[in-house]
Design a protein around this ligand. Structure first.
Ligand code: MN
Length: 254
């Protein structure tokens, strides 16, 4: 079992090391992760410039690769033959913030897993629901242990074709996590605000700021079960077709 570990926070992120460390208990691990933070970069395919890959080391001294591409580029590099050997399984994370509801289309963590799904390689995305304003480093150990147990289960059962799992883990000590629930995507409530500022030469520039998103608390959703202290596993597929709209649209006088 050859597992590719990547993320969207960059190769130095502690969540990546925590995930790679647990995955080494399950098989051979290769780490190839971006050389910078690509959070909220979405599903990227870099075509207009070359991609470079460098050898590096994680904080525990273990070898890793890093690329100037996006998370999905890192997965594509490996699946298209950069390593010269086959990848059986892809895990992405552990992201330091939850990826819930609409977040999945923004998330570099989730879209890295989607890239593997396109190539029919089973893939999981892991995110930790840490709170904004967290003081000091996050403890990834409980979430990494959950990630390993979930990966073991997926390896034993096998994922349905075309399905990836978006896993969100509450930021709780291991003995306070209540269990695992299979969920649907909930509704995010974004509170983005455009900040207009002036540069030193008097020209305007813009930042998308505002408060961090909340969500609609429904009991069968990723957002709802996380609030209740459960690990949320949402099966995702890349078919975004709104089937329920098709019949109605067909009746329009096109
Ligand atoms: Mn991130």
């Amino acid at each position: 079992m050859h597992i590719l570990v990547t993320n969207d926070d960059g190769v130095t992120a502690p969540g990546l090391l925590a995930l790679a460390t647990e995955m080494r208990k399950l098989g051979k691990v290769t780490v190839l992760a971006p050389d910078r933070n690509w959070s909220a970069s979405g599903h990227v395919k870099t075509l207009e410039r070359p991609l470079r890959v460098k050898e590096t080391f994680l904080a525990d001294g273990s070898p890793a690769f890093t690329s100037d591409g996006a998370p999905s580029d890192c997965v594509a590099l490996c699946l298209l033959g950069y390593l010269g050997e086959k990848i059986d399984f892809v895990v992405s994370g552990i992201n330091p913030y939850a990826n819930l509801g609409h977040d999945v289309t923004y998330s570099g963590t989730v879209t890295a897993a989607m890239e593997a799904t396109i190539d029919n390689i089973p893939a999981l995305a892991f995110s930790l629901d840490s709170k904004e304003g967290q003081v000091g480093p996050l403890d990834y150990a409980p979430a990494a242990s959950v990630a390993r147990r979930i990966t073991e289960r997926v390896l034993a059962e096998g994922l349905p074709k075309g399905v990836l799992l978006n896993v969100n883990i509450p930021y709780l000590p291991a003995d306070e996590i209540k269990g695992v629930k299979i969920t649907r995507q909930g509704l995010r409530v974004y509170r983005d605000r455009l900040d207009r500022r002036l540069d030193p030469r008097g020209k305007p520039y813009f930042w998308i700021g505002g408060d961090s998103p909340t969500g609609v608390d429904e009991p069968d959703t990723d957002f709802g079960v996380m609030l209740a202290g459960y690990v949320s596993i949402t099966p995702l597929q890349l078919d975004l077709t709104a089937y329920q709209s098709m019949d109605g649209l067909r009746k329009w006088a096109w």
